[in-house]
Design a protein around this ligand. Sequence first.
Ligand code: SF4
Ligand code: SF4
Length: 431
Amino acid sequence: MPEVFNWQIGRQMSYPHEERHPKMQFAFVFNTNRCIGCQTCTMACKSTWTHSKGQELMWWNNVETKPYGGYPQHWDSKLLTMLEEANPGEQVWDAREKDPDRKPYGEFKGKTIFEAADTKPRPDGPQAALGYLPTDEEWRSPNIHEDTATCKSAPAKDEYGGGTTLPEHRVWFFHLARICNHCTYPGCLGSCPRNAIYKRPEDGVVLIDQSRCRGYRKCVEGCPYKKAMYRPTTQTSEKCIACLPRIEGKDPTISPTGAPAETRCMTSCVGKIRLQGLVEIDDDGLWAKRPDNPLYYLIREREIALPLYPQFGTEPNGFYIPPRWVNRDYLTQMFGPGVQGAIEQYSCPDRELLAVLQLFRAQQQILFRFAIEQGPKVGEIEVTMPDGTSKTQELFNDTIMGYNKFDEEVVRITVQEPTFERPADIHVNSI
Ligand code: SF4
Ligand code: SF4
């Protein structure tokens, strides 16, 4: 297999295809601290793309309750177990040697799904990636274990007292919203024997060519996130298409000037947890330095948003601000060694970070740049830090502006929520 460079695991790795990179890359940040599990995103996607015959069990966007929930059931714990069996005790990170550009989380010393592929010989020959095909039962209950918290079956009376006190809850769950990560080195693409899957050079969106697909389901098997799905009525596989018309600026309601807009699941998010964008990619595959791009700022500059299971090796382009009340070992397994630093920053965001966090769901067009106008100090609050100490956070009423692809200002929002007083003689809601 050719060697490619994966910055999320901080090293070269083998991949079935030569290294090649798009000019821009579809990417997103989900702030798990804010997700309320309302499934509005799920239904926005379902009613747009997967409401036809044969797509009944197909949820391109899903929100599962961790640690027990999963769609398909057990997708992550199954693959983690397979990887551990393929490389016992060696699936570890060396987080000591970091380099902000090439290894921001250190180096993953274990095996990725591509490197572990040949550890499990199969009767149908060598595989491109370690994976498995979920059973029909596993696809059947997309929201299984909704809102189910960790708990022993019969806890001692005082065992969980004070369970909801930061920095870490002793009883916890959180909502993990998921879509296709439009990975840099997709497992689905690498596993397809028909070369039916491709990555668009203009925006890095990963698509399945329906005319080439023969429904072998190798992509379903090879996607570690299980985001390629089989449709029995057409006997082909389908997946998230990143709401292409919107990314291309072809929705005249949202983009009258043709500027790229965010996807349906992003723009419908009630909890304001989602921010989607396009980031510029250099020829060597690394992200071009654009500290005023909101996604670059959150992911590369501040490292507050982390990839989902970076150790799988696909270099996913979905990033998560980890939930700050959840067991740290669990989070580190899921988001890598950057968890502690991300939670620390999110617990007490500085002035600039707090302003950028206001951009989540403040508009529908994709933001390519932001700028901040400083405002007055409006308060101070005491916050609990991850190590249990408290810290004073200063609050400033700064204003942040976001600009679309054509550098037009499309959002202007203040840190302090404005209060509007309705004139006494107008009662719009009264009957
Ligand atoms: S998440 Fe899965 S389906 Fe999406 S690009 Fe990555 S490997 Fe392919
Ligand atoms: S719409 Fe937003 S808040 Fe609601 S479940 Fe989806 S990601 Fe979470």
